[in-house]
Ligand binder design. Structure first.
Ligand code: ATP
Ligand code: MG
Length: 238
């Protein structure tokens, strides 16, 4: 479980997160909310890009905020960014393998984790190609492979479905659904595609203007009038 307690983040006068407290327990948890709601800020706090003004985060017994970002990554926290970050000059295998380099693995163990992650993300056949030659979908899958490789504990995915076709989103959906069975990690998924969230996230948290609106089973959350009002732009009917 990830226990998020009283997290507040401010940028000057902007309150990006306002005393957010929530328990995340399911294998895949959705984070939704309108633009500027604070979704990416949650991932930034978890990964250590941002230090919150107040609060604590306990992830599977570890106090995350006391770890430096590189230690969190070594601990098993993995992240993909809203803007995809694949290095053109490197091969697919090297783009994925970079997360394994800081771990105490033998060459054989490294190769086993790398091959498994490439296979898992459907990239085994292009592992030696330079990333510059990949299409947008393969680049996204390269990030999923990088996040899934080795002893991962928590994957943070920021709008991985953005810009993909329906068929590609379907493959992405299946892959994200399989992460927990693949390596036991929990995934936190931000996406504006409510169909994707509904299909893959058993529970979902909703943010609006930096505050937690609600969290719980995705179906319940999506039918909550407060969520419909803030997220779907539907006025609540009294
Ligand atoms: N580095 C920063 N400096 C100043 N303000 C920031 C910074 N990062 C985020 N913010 C502000 O914090 C608020 C939350 O931003 P955040 O990026 O978390 O939203 P989001 O829910 O991910 O939105 P989107 O759906 O557009 O990606 C917004 O008002 C944003 O303008
Ligand atoms: Mg964002």
């Amino acid at each position: 479980m990830i226990a998020i307690r009283d997290i507040t983040v401010t940028f000057g006068g902007v309150i990006a997160l306002n005393k957010v407290t929530v328990d995340l327990t399911d294998p895949v948890v959705g984070i939704i909310g309108p633009n500027g709601a604070g979704k990416t800020t949650v991932l930034n706090v978890l990964s250590g890009f941002l230090t919150p003004k107040t609060g604590s985060i306990n992830a599977f017994g570890t106090e995350l905020l006391s770890l430096k970002p590189h230690m969190r990554s070594r601990w098993g926290l993995r992240r993909s960014f809203q803007k995809e970050q694949v290095v053109d000059e490197l091969t697919v295998a090297d783009n994925v393998g970079v997360v394994l380099d800081s771990l105490p693995l033998s060459a054989a163990e490294r190769e086993r984790h790398l091959s498994a992650a490439l296979e898992f993300a459907g990239l085994a056949s292009v592992r030696r190609e330079r990333a510059a030659g990949l299409n947008a979908f393969q680049r996204r899958m390269t990030e999923i492979a990088r996040c899934s490789a080795g002893p991962a504990k928590v994957l943070l995915l920021d709008e991985p479905g953005a810009g993909l076709s329906q068929n590609e989103v379907e493959i992405l959906r299946r892959t994200i659904s399989d992460v927990h069975a693949f390596n036991g990690a929990m995934t936190l998924l931000i996406d504006h595609d409510v169909d994707l969230i509904q299909a893959v996230c058993s529970s979902t948290m909703v943010l609006d203007f930096g505050s937690l609106v609600t969290s719980g089973p995705t179906r319940t959350v999506l039918s909550d009038p407060r969520v419909r009002a803030v997220y779907l732009g539907v006025e609540e009917v009294a």
